[in-house]
Design a protein. Structure first.
Length: 312
């Protein structure tokens, strides 16, 4: 996913190039990760019907022609609980939005809640911001959007309004073109073939976590996390590229552990199988994946544990 290549240091190589940072922000579950994947053109951020799935700053890169857009997907801003984990997530959001060229403020088209308002209050008026009204395909009476858009215009000095569906390629192409207008003329930050600044090891933990949430439903608290214990690439004449990965799913209670393992270990086996298949597609390699489950009670309220599990 990431290459060792860097953007050229040759001054002439940056001539005519545009490049800039675009933050994708919004409350949990408005479709930010789906939007990032669509804008980059490949899955790099996990998606789930479960709120608060994204936990890290994830950078996605889209390079077309002379323009490179560096998108930064942020965790949904947390307003419900004040655990060490949530404080870490919110710090990530506020750190990102103060240092970008453009903000995409994502809401569900036609809706504006207290959670949306709390994220909007974080935005600086001096940084251009586009209102991205997502999930347009779920709005049945489009005429009702006009008064809603007027109301939104009074809430913040948005530079543009873009009602879209992240699942519609034409909408994504239109949004990319609009983003390009706000980028400064400067050399690219990444090589032309790079899609993300995240490592394959990080992507492995995220894909396992996605399958975990998708296959356990709403019963499993979102505080469950995944730690990669081993990530080794081994030579393989038969497969070309082979990865050996061992991962531990960390939960807070014994009942959560039992839920993940399932009867006769079937649930854990399915989580591992689906994660392995996705990783083989994503990393173009033969993957051998082992998954374990451990209980670490109260880890989400322990700042040292939160940091040790890779949260900023």
């Amino acid at each position: 996913m990431t290459q060792d290549s860097e953007a050229s240091s040759d001054p002439a190589a940056g001539a005519g190039q545009r490049c800039g940072l675009v933050a994708i922000v919004g409350k949990p579950n408005v479709g930010k990760s789906t939007l990032l994947n669509a804008l980059v053109g490949q899955k790099i951020s996990i998606t789930s019907a479960k709120a608060q799935t994204t936990r890290h700053r994830i950078t996605g890169v889209r390079t077309e022609g002379q323009t490179q857009v560096v998108f930064v997907d942020t965790p949904g801003f947390q307003t419900r609980h004040s655990s060490a984990l949530n404080r870490s997530l919110n710090k990530t959001v506020t750190g990102v939005i103060s240092d970008v060229d453009l903000v995409l403020f994502v809401v569900e088209a036609g809706n504006f809640t207290l959670g949306d308002a709390k994220v909007l209050a974080l935005l600086r008026p001096d940084i251009p911001c586009i209102l991205v009204a997502n999930k347009l395909d779920q709005v049945h009476r489009r005429a009702e959007l006009a008064p809603w858009l007027r109301d939104m215009q009074e809430r913040h000095p948005f530079t543009e309004f873009m009602p879209i569906s992240a699942k519609a390629p034409k909408d994504i192409e239109r949004l990319l073109q609009v983003c390009a207008k706000y980028l400064p003329e400067q050399p690219w930050l990444y090589g032309a073939d790079e899609l993300t600044d995240r490592s394959e090891k990080f992507l492995a933990s995220e894909m396992i976590r996605e399958k975990l949430f998708r296959l356990t439903g709403d019963e499993l608290p979102y505080t469950s996390t995944v730690v990669i214990d081993e990530f080794k690439e081994e030579p393989s004449p038969k497969h070309g590229r082979m990865l050996r990965i061992a991962a531990t799913i960390v939960v807070e209670r014994d009942s959560h552990k039992a839920m993940i393992i399932g009867e006769g270990g079937e649930k854990l086996k399915r989580i591992g199988t689906e994660a392995r298949q996705e990783l083989e597609r994503l990393l173009a390699a033969k993957v051998f994946l082992q998954t374990f489950v451990k209980v670490r009670s109260g880890w989400a309220d322990d700042e040292a544990k939160v940091r040790s599990f890779g949260y900023e």
